[in-house]
Every structure is written in C-alpha cells, then in structure tokens.
Design a protein around this ligand. Structure first.
Ligand code: ADP
Length: 350
C-alpha cells in the first residue's frame, strides 16, 4: 500500500522544480495500513511558500483514492532548516527593473492602510504608470479581496536560460499583485505566520515576476516589528507613506512608525502622511463636512515632526464597498479618484 501511495503522490510536482515530490525527496515518510495513512513531507527550504499547497494536494489525492480512510489521513510538514546550505553569495532578485518602491505603513491596523494602498495603486495606474502591489501584511492580507483575486493560486515558472525560478503574480486591473495571503490561510495561528512570513516574503519579493515597473507599493504589516526590519533590509525602499486616522494621529504608534523609517540605520525618507477617514459627508447634505474624529491633527503632527502632509480622504461609502466588491473605488468613482490623485501627484513629484 505504501508503494502505491508513493506512486500516486509522485504525480504531484513542486511548482518550482517541476519534479515529482517523491522523486525529489519531499515525501519523507509514508505509513499506511487499513486504519490510517500518515505522510510526512520534508521541505529542504525553510518556509517553502508552496508547502501548504502541496500538503493540501497530497491530502486531497489520498482522500480521493482511499475514501474509506478519508478522515484518518494525516499529512505533516517538516522543514530542513538545520542543514540548510549557506546562501549563495550572489543574490538573485526580480526587483531590478522597478524604478520606485514605496512602503505604505500605519501605526495600527484598521486605519485604512490597505484601502489607501489599493486606491493609490489604481490612481497611479490611471496616471499611466506601470504598477505592482506587494501585500506584505501578514496579519491581515487584504489586497486579494480588494482586487477580487482571493482564489488565485500562484504558479512557478522556471527559466531554463538563466536557471532562475519565478513566482507568477496575479493580474489586478493590469497591475501585478503578489500577496502573502496567497500562501497562508486566515486560520493559521499568528505565531506561525510570523515565523513563516520572513522567509516567504523574501521569496515573494525577489522571485515574483514583476517585470518592468514604475512603482511597487508595499502594503506593510501595521505597527513596527521584526518583520518590518526584514522587509526593509531586503529591499531598497525609496519612500514611506504613513496612513493614519484623525484619532490615531496623536497616538504613539504613528510616531513610532515615522521614527522607524527615520532611524539612521534604516534611513528611508518619509514621503508624508495621509489622513484617512478625515470627515464624513452624508449624501443628503453634500455641502456639510462632519469631522467625527477631530480636525487638523494629522496636518499639525506633520508640521511638528517635519513630515509632509500629503492629503486627506473622507469617509466614503463607495470606498468601503469598493474594497468589499473587488474593485477599488478610485477605479469607478471620480470624486474618490480626485482625492487620491492629489496625493499620488505629490508622491510622484517627490
Ligand atoms: P488596514 O489596512 O489599516 O487594516 P483597511 O484598509 O482594511 O485597514 O480598512 C479598514 C476598513 O475601513 C475596511 O472595511 C475599509 O473598507 C474601510 N475604510 C478604509 N478607508 C475608508 C474610507 N475612506 N471610507 C470608508 N471606509 C473606509
């Protein structure tokens, strides 16, 4: 039985090497009897981004072949980080042809950082630029949803000429979209995400087939932490954009966010601050602006900290709906686009 399982499983290939997972040694152990089946997969590379995809496929094929055992099939993942070969000195990267890399960050989650990233990207695209989005928010990767690409399963491509392996991004309204969300499940524990994220992100950064881009926007995880340092360390980020809401601006998190980029060891220019959810205008009273969370805080903070104020975006129903529907509002609503265009122009000018 074990041999026929191995035969069955070798039909699954690792997208990067194109080799069957038994032949290439990924299937480390198979134990099977009439009661249960246990398969252990060992990935040489730590945090292999395709590990989950392969694990799910192994389970699915076994369930299909042995329906009677379907709830007694277990697949384990192991990683061979201990005997990892040293990194080759020459580092390959697919970011060479990206003109400007911009990190979009926030002190806290929920302030609209992902929404701003998506709408800024659409606006830059509308302005004629070639744009890519890297969703590095390991705690809540929301770009797939913003662009209706949730079901996308990235494939790998091997270039025989250079020997390089690429990961193919999703197409999001003619932009290149890569998200850590394509590789993790919402139910994965946070600690596991943190652990897997660093390595997986490195791969996403350097192996995604970005092609030639004018702008790559990075949807950063909220806050400041190790994961930020590793993203910053991997890439030559040209500028950071900080998103805040009026009520968060006075909070230490925003200051920490700005200071993280300004730290002499990091030294990334802060292009400025975007104030999101700045006011609310009800449809029946289009002339009225209600500053629900206070007014002018972001501008004042920007001035006090020597940072530029890039602009404000009100609470707009279509912005929220656009995010849920898979089409950012800047693509369909001229008023929303106009707010973003003024911010995008300032970023481009810099
Ligand atoms: P973050 O990335 O900072 O966690 P999100 O971009 O996911 O935040 O936004 C949080 C929620 O707020 C989402 O439901 C989003 O649609 C909504 N939202 C963000 N900005 C606006 C806005 N200007 N108007 C209306 N809703 C907004």
């Amino acid at each position: 039985m074990e041999n026929s399982i191995k035969q069955l499983l070798d039909g699954i290939v690792h997208p990067e090497t194109g080799e069957g997972i038994v032949r290439s040694g990924i299937v480390e152990k198979v134990t099977a009897d009439t009661e249960k089946i246990t398969v252990t997969l060992r990935f040489r590379k730590a945090r292999d981004p395709f590990a989950l995809k392969i694990k799910n496929e192994v389970a699915a094929r076994l369930r299909e072949r042995y329906p009677a055992l379907s709830d007694r099939i277990t697949v384990f993942i192991r990683e061979g980080e201990a005997q990892q070969p040293a990194q080759p000195a020459e580092k390959r990267t697919t970011t060479d042809r990206i003109a400007h890399i911009i990190a979009v960050a926030s002190g806290k989650g929920g302030v609209g950082k992902s929404t701003v990233t998506a709408n800024l990207a659409v606006t830059l695209r509308n302005m004629g630029y070639r744009v890519g989005i890297l969703d590095a928010d390991i705690y809540g990767p929301s770009q797939p949803k913003m662009f209706g690409a949730e079901g996308y399963v990235p494939d790998a491509e091997h270039d025989d000429a250079t020997g390089a392996d690429y990961i193919l991004p999703a197409d999001a309204m003619d932009m290149k979209l890569m998200s850590i969300g394509f590789f993790i499940r919402p139910t994965d524990a946070l600690m596991w995400r943190g652990a897997m994220a660093t390595n997986a992100l490195k791969q996403l950064i350097h192996q995604t087939k970005w092609g030639t881009l004018d702008f790559l926007l990075i949807d950063m995880p909220p806050g400041t932490g190790d994961i930020h340092l590793s993203i910053i360390g991997e890439l030559k980020i040209d500028a950071a954009v900080i998103v805040s809401t009026p009520q968060q601006i006075a909070v230490a998190d925003v200051v920490r966010g700005v200071e993280m980029f300004r730290n002499p060891n990091v030294n990334i220019p802060v292009a400025g601050i975007v104030e999101n959810m700045a006011w609310f205008t009800p449809a029946e009273l289009p002339e009225n602006r209600y500053y629900l969370f206070g007014r002018g805080g972001a501008r004042a903070y920007a001035e006090a900290s020597g940072t530029d104020f890039l602009g404000e975006i009100p609470i707009i129903q279509s912005v929220m709906e656009g995010g849920d529907a898979g089409t950012p509002a800047a693509a369909t609503d001229p008023l929303t686009e106009s707010y973003y265009r003024s911010i995008a122009s300032k970023i481009v000018d810099k």
